[in-house]
Design a protein around this ligand. Structure first.
Ligand code: HEM
Ligand code: SF4
Ligand code: SF4
Length: 512
């Protein structure tokens, strides 16, 4: 796994390769890997809506459950049957999407530091989604339900918490009563509400969370599930007879893989596996990583006017404003919430005080990254610009999480890599082009829709398009052809250098 580094692990390189292929097929806008969290929400809502329909026809009781589901499936196949299939396939897809989402966040290294909260709040969702899914299969009360209920009870009996073994009670039909069905049907409504609560907690520390996939992706997914519902409708597996042990059961491997595992492993081993995985996920944010943490953003009250641009642009809800605590004549001041800041620097790029046109050599912005103060950045840029030679001189600004722009450096190309491209205030572009210190500015960062810090690519694009503060100044409009943006991950270095060369060729054609 990697965090803010150009060296990528094998799994990260594989992920970039797969996502590159998906970008070619779907385009960056519809790449499902960029919308896994949003797809999770979308599938959850499909499960809720289809579930509500099924529930209206479901009858609670040992003799009633199975026939009511059968009647729904066969007496109204056009709607009830479709809804049942949608309910099952959306639930299965939810597991797939959740696991891919978890793996992706892990490979990208987005689980440690200030991100621990979002990571940890995802863990109960795994359990809850599994419990809800298993519970759903029990409600059908077919042979699959019989098999998984008895297995689950035997599994739970291993825990030293029940005075009497539960599995024994399940072996005879007489002991099973309607109360069990009331309990599972109550749980099947309550658990999704708890899931909803945890989903809310999960995205609490994320600004502008993407909870809806793009329309094309949503429609495509719905269509695929509808086709599946028609081709392979969800069906029950024969009525229960507690006197006969069920055989030749079809397993839903997305939800019920634990039960065949219980046939091979002991209950204790399976408990060790699931508790072990949960604990591992739980301690992961605090395990040592290879990347060094970057100090978090700091507000300089003297230079802050309380304009809230940093609040609007922070992707992690890490900046707030409060009433002024000094004597300056502004109403509010910015405050960084230390344990939420991921040190992306995006707030620095948003602040109106982050301008290199200030006269003071040691000027300080309203909000700064202590490891990379604005005055230092200006000095470093000036040093880089002074070394440039020849024509078509270009200043490249890039991101530590994307393609390694260091490799682009040459006599005519200066480079500056930031924790996120959006740390760059547009005034730095104006400054570089000012008095023709360079012939062009080239901006790059993570692939489109795939910003490591979530909003960096979008904010940069909007600032340069003059749709978001701080905007690129109007007078630069005449020089548009001297600015180019190109988004590239570490897997796209060839494309990046080609684009830079084409940019430099186009600069040579402009009046010098
Ligand atoms: C079905 C269950 C889940 C849903 C619907 C879901 C949904 C989401 C959504 C919508 C986001 C915000 C995406 C964005 O706007 O950038 C998100 C972020 C995140 N999720 Fe999940 N999530 C689920 C389960 C999990 C699990 C199980 C984990 C890991 C244990 C996890 C880890 C994360 C992390 C680390 C982020 C933050 C990434 C960042 O810092 O940018 N999620 N999730
Ligand atoms: S560096 Fe700034 S924008 Fe980034 S998380 Fe911290 S406060 Fe928010
Ligand atoms: S953007 Fe700068 S000036 Fe505005 S509130 Fe934030 S720190 Fe203060």
């Amino acid at each position: 796994m990697t965090t803010s580094s150009h060296t990528k692990s094998f799994s990260h390189k594989m992920l970039l390769r797969i996502e590159g292929i998906l970008n070619k097929i779907f385009g960056n806008d519809l790449n499902p890997f960029y919308y896994l969290g949003a797809l999770g929400f979308y599938l959850f809502w499909i499960v809720v809506v289809s579930g509500a329909y099924i529930y209206a026809f479901y009858k609670t009781g040992i003799e009633l459950s199975y026939p009511s589901v059968e009647s729904l499936t066969h007496d109204q196949p056009y709607l009830g049957g479709i809804m049942r299939s949608l309910h099952r396939y959306a639930s299965d897809a939810l597991v797939v999407v959740m696991v891919l989402h978890l793996l992706r966040e892990f490979i990208l290294g987005r689980y440690s530091g200030a991100r621990w909260f979002t990571w940890i709040s995802g863990i109960p969702l795994i359990w809850l989604i599994y419990v809800a899914g298993t519970n759903g299969y029990w409600m059908v009360w077919d042979t699959l339900a019989q098999y998984s209920t008895v297995s689950a009870m035997e599994w739970f009996d291993w825990l030293p918490i029940f005075s009497e073994p539960m599995a024994q009670g399940f072996v005879s039909q007489e002991v099973l009563n309607d109360r069990f069905f009331s309990l599972i049907s109550f749980a099947h409504v309550t658990i999704p509400l708890i899931i909803l609560f945890f989903l809310w907690v999960h995205i609490m520390r994320i600004s502008y969370p993407v909870v809806n996939p793009r329309r094309g992706l949503a429609l495509g997914m719905l269509l695929a599930m509808l086709v599946l519902a028609l081709v392979m409708p969800a069906l029950s597996q024969g009525p229960v007879d507690m006197g006969i042990e069920p055989r030749n059961i079809g397993i839903d491997w997305f939800y019920l893989f634990i039960y065949p595992l219980l046939d091979i492993w002991s209950a204790g081993q399976v408990w060790a596996l699931v508790i072990g995985i949960t604990l591992l996920l739980g301690v992961l944010p605090w395990l040592p990583t290879r990347s060094k943490p970057i100090p978090i953003a700091e507000v300089s009250l003297k230079n802050c006017n309380g304009c809230r641009r940093c609040v609007a642009d922070c992707p992690y809800e890490a900046v707030v404003t409060r009433l002024r605590t000094d004597s300056l004549h502004f109403q509010e001041e910015a405050v960084v919430i230390a344990d939420r800041c991921v040190s992306c620097g995006i707030c620095v790029g948003a602040c109106p005080s982050s301008t290199p046109f200030r006269s003071d050599a040691g000027y300080v912005s309203g909000i700064e990254m202590p490891s990379m103060p604005m005055a230092g950045l200006r000095a470093a840029m000036k040093g880089e610009l002074a070394k440039l030679q020849g024509n078509a001189r270009v200043m490249v600004f890039g991101c530590d999480n994307a393609a390694d722009i260091g490799k682009l450096r040459s006599a005519g190309v200066a480079v500056m890599s930031l924790p996120c491209t959006a740390m760059l205030p547009p005034s730095f572009i104006e400054y570089a082009l000012h008095e023709r210190q360079v012939d062009g500015v080239f901006i790059t960062g993570c692939r489109e829709n795939d910003c490591y810090h979530r909003m960096g690519g979008l904010w940069t694009t909007q600032r340069l398009a003059r749709e978001r503060e701080p905007r690129l100044r109007g007078r630069i409009e005449r020089e548009r052809e001297r600015i180019r943006m190109f988004w590239a991950s570490s897997a796209d270095f060839k494309e990046l250098s080609r684009e830079l060369e084409s940019f430099r060729a186009s600069l040579k054609k402009l009046p010098q």
